[in-house]
Design a protein around this ligand. Structure first.
Ligand SMILES: [Mg+2]
Length: 450
């Protein structure tokens, strides 16, 4: 088994001992897509890293064509930032636990924040405000446990048993409504890749993984939708089907009885299909709605992984994250073999990332996934309105800076005007509006071992 180091060992990702599964892949085509998704995430991150936060005008004057050193963070060409570090933290948890363990995921994010765990430089040099706030809240909640149980070391509290955490009703979800940055989406891929064989489980857990640090319904549902797209890509669905305005309707069973937020439904209906891209309102900014649209636009408007990754970066602003999100889906669709060989060869710690992909494919065949699915199905709270459970819903709109605008009096809205497509189905075939009633996703109400 691939062994991940402990944080105090200070082992850089490129120095982790590579141990690959001893058996051949169960499905070589699926493995190529899983590799493509994880490497695609890291390649997009590395491509955008040198121009992170540069505005569109700068990218028009200095378009990115290749991986470059220097720039915003002074990294070497091929080195990546927080997007990939957090994705590797998540993947390391899934593989080490062979399960979805949200407490362990937060522990590893904390290790990254505090010790530079799985960072390409050995330090946490780039972190979003929402992610930082959630990790600090997690740390505060852990400290309460330390005081109560007279625990003296971080490692002890990091390794507390699920039974004790459950007894304490430890709330691992450290964010709140109104927090809807793209940090939830930039690290997502390991979850849908790990659970792709059970799509409803993959979709549910995609939402939960985002909710750990980003508590807004829009952020959670962005993760559920994008998780479903990644699952569909890994399972070999065509690009036409992935981008079809009825993708959500055609995969309704994957979303269970919990419909997507209407803002995300609007995106799934094709709001990203803007022929002139930036000039039509596509933005690579920090709100999850904008970034999701931008990543899908890059995928829709190009014909190869490389062209789409450059299109995502050259939108400007949050370049690395837009391209990292694009890369998760595009890499799953085009596959590892269709990512630029030059970029693959330059990519920092590529062997570790491809090794993680191999273990992900290997472990995806575990029967635990089926058991987990049943467990989650049992734990769901049915037909409970979110507003009853969580008080008034604070719906957010992105403002021009990309941060959340907590205007409680306004309805959910998109940054652009999105007209709803006319149905291509007959009237009797039309499904009910997915967002007619909000339902509780119930992640915050579940016991810790879920
Ligand atoms: Mg980044």
């Amino acid at each position: 088994m691939l062994q991940f180091p402990l944080p105090h060992e200070k082992i850089l990702p490129s120095d982790i001992k590579i141990v690959r599964p001893s058996s051949k892949p169960n499905n070589p085509e699926v493995l190529d897509r899983i590799k493509g998704s994880l490497v695609g995430l890291a390649v997009g991150d590395a491509l955008g890293a040198s121009v992170e936060f540069r505005p569109r005008q700068y990218l028009l004057e200095h378009p990115v064509h290749d991986m470059k050193s220097g720039g915003t963070w002074g990294l070497d060409a091929g080195q990546w930032t927080d997007d990939t570090s957090m994705a590797l933290c998540l993947a390391s948890s899934l593989i080490s636990r062979n399960d979805f363990d949200p407490y362990d995921q937060m522990v590893r994010y904390k290790w990254w924040h505090k010790h530079g765990y799985l960072s390409s430089t050995g330090q946490c040099f780039d972190i979003g405000n929402a992610t930082r706030a959630s990790i600090e809240e997690f740390y505060r909640r852990q400290n309460e446990l330390k005081r109560k149980y007279k625990i003296h070391t971080d490692l002890e509290v990091d390794q507390l048993s699920p039974e004790l955490l459950k007894k304490e009703k430890f709330d691992v979800y450290c964010s709140r409504q109104g927090v809807a940055g793209n940090g939830a989406l930039m690290r997502l891929a390991p979850v849908p890749l790990f659970f792709y064989q059970v799509p409803p489980l993959a979709v549910e857990l995609s939402g939960r993984s985002g909710r750990l640090t980003h508590g807004d319904d829009v952020a959670i549902d962005a993760c559920r939708y994008y998780g479903a797209l990644i699952v569909a890509a890994v399972r070999g669905e065509s690009k036409e089907k992935l981008l079809d305005e009825y993708f959500y309707d055609d995969h309704q069973v994957w979303f269970g009885t919990y419909p997507l937020h209407e803002t995300i439904v609007n995106i799934a209906r094709g709001s990203f299909k803007k022929r002139r891209g930036y000039d039509d309102g596509i933005r690579g900014k920090g709100h999850i709605v904008w970034t999701l649209e931008a990543a899908l636009w890059a995928f829709w408007s190009t014909e190869s992984f490389d062209a789409g990754a450059l299109a995502a970066v050259n939108l400007g602003d949050d370049t690395d994250t837009t391209a990292a999100i694009y890369g998760q889906l595009a890499g799953a669709f085009y596959g590892y073999q269709n990512i630029s060989p030059k970029w693959r060869s330059i990519l920092y710690a590529r062997d570790l990332i491809t090794c993680i992909a191999e273990w992900t494919e290997y472990l995806s065949y575990s029967e635990n996934k089926i058991a987990g699915h049943e467990r989650i199905a049992r734990s769901r709270i049915s037909s409970v309105d979110r507003s009853q459970q969580q008080g008034r819903i604070n719906l957010v709109q992105p403002n021009e800076s990309g941060s959340a605008n907590n205007n409680k009096s306004k309805p959910p809205a998109k940054p652009d005007n999105h007209s709803k497509p006319k149905s291509k189905r007959g009237k009797s075939e039309q499904r009910p509006k997915a967002h007619r009633k909000f339902h509780l996703l119930c992640v915050g109400a579940l016991p810790i071992d879920d």
